[in-house]
Design a protein around this ligand. Structure first.
Ligand SMILES: Nc1nc2c(ncn2[C@@H]2O[C@H](COP(=O)(O)OP(=O)(O)O)[C@@H](O)[C@H]2O)c(=O)[nH]1
Ligand SMILES: [Mg+2]
Length: 349
């Protein structure tokens, strides 16, 4: 999964990027870091994988991964606008995390989180309207695909009224037509409310809470500065530091579990002496499709999935015992995979 950190200059995107990835990308307005897009891969913490590795002692342990992209504006872009290259970068990610400033800026400007959120929403709306209008213009000369013109007009009307395409119900065929546009306002959006050190355990301001409720959004409050310092420490030091400031988990853990929730993602697991591994899928994915995550050959030649739950395996401590207890199931291709399923796929070659 690829998550884009987006927001206006000075909101703390690069600071939050460093906090989530443990990197040391350059922060601030000046210097050569400005305008550089940063990218880093983070392994998804999953205690179930640790437990499986304990049981199987596999040669290899593979966690799910999240790629974080710090979408930077090029030099010269300041204030409350997103340039074309930022819009392009935003189209390429699976989910957006909007970083908003909750602390006084380096120039002393007061925080205006609701203003930033609504300006960001406007920028994304404009970003989605542009390709729709361009396509509608071309459809005056070209033949539309079935349903295309209707869909575009519906999307346009919805955006013109200030809505996001996330809230527009689309049929299966409309989803197909829309997928090529990679609409920004259709992408899952998480808000990262970047607070001052002094506000860290305070509830979100009422105005921010009201905005989130109206727009059905989730926010993760964190202090980028503090979390960035934390990410640079050893694991033991982190524990002491977290306890000190009254937090249970570092930002990256809180962020990833919120992101999985907001994106409706779950993990299934594969286990063996060779490898124990977590695979990320959308909730509702059927077994045959899930097999395709591992390899397209397994999806194509799918015969059956042998499924046991993580909890049963932990209880009986071996696959053989789980089978003897009658807790292993053979499922067909339409079986809807559940979070924590341990699966062996049987397939023709
Ligand atoms: N007090 C405080 N300052 C922060 C925090 N996060 C970022 N900053 C400062 O805000 C400025 C802009 O941060 P930066 O990460 O470069 O923002 P970007 O332009 O969105 O990438 C820098 O001077 C940071 O030190 C924070 O949580 N608390
Ligand atoms: Mg930056």
């Amino acid at each position: 999964m690829k998550v884009g950190l987006v927001g206006f200059p000075g909101s703390g995107k690069t600071t939050v990027f460093n906090a989530l990835t443990g990197q040391q990308a350059e922060i601030g307005y000046s210097g050569k870091g400005l305008g550089k897009t940063n990218l880093a891969v983070v392994k998804v913490p999953d205690p179930r994988i640790d437990a499986l590795a304990d049981l199987y002692k596999p040669r290899k342990t593979t966690r799910a991964e999240v790629v974080f992209v710090d979408v930077a504006a090029p030099p010269g872009v300041a204030g409350r606008s997103l340039d074309a290259s930022a819009i392009v970068a935003m189209r390429e990610v699976d989910a957006l995390a909007a970083v908003v400033r909750g602390f006084p800026s380096t120039e002393g400007a007061a925080a205006d989180p609701v203003g930033e959120l609504s300006d960001l929403a406007t920028e994304m709306t404009i970003g989605d309207l542009a390709p729709i209008e361009k396509r509608l213009e071309r459809l005056k000369k070209e033949k539309a695909k079935p349903g295309e013109q209707d869909l575009l007009l519906r999307c346009k009307a919805h955006l013109d009224q200030g809505g996001s395409l996330r809230d527009l119900p689309l049929s299966e065929s409309e989803l197909q037509l829309a997928s090529g546009y990679r609409f920004l306002t259709r992408k899952p959006l998480l808000v990262v409310y970047n607070v001052a050190e002094s506000d860290i355990v305070r509830p979100l301001p009422a105005a921010v809470q009201a905005y989130l409720a109206t727009h059905k959004l989730t926010a993760i409050p964190l202090c980028g500065q503090l979390e960035m310092d934390l990410a640079a420490l050893s694991e033991a030091e982190q524990k002491a530091f977290l306890a000190d400031v009254g937090l249970e988990q570092p930002a990256v853990n809180r962020f990833i579990s919120s992101a999985y929730g907001a994106l409706d993602l779950i993990s299934f697991l594969t286990a063996g002496e060779d490898e124990c591994r977590a695979w990320t899928i959308q909730r509702g994915t059927i077994a045959q499709r899930a097999a395709g995550k591992i390899h397209s050959d397994i999806e194509r030649g799918f015969i059956r999935a042998e499924v046991m739950s993580f909890d049963d395996l932990m209880k009986y401590r071996s696959e053989v015992k789980v089978r003897e207890a009658g807790r292993a199931r053979l499922e067909g291709k339409e079986y809807v995979v559940r979070d924590g399923d341990i699966i062996h796929f049987r397939h023709a070659t």
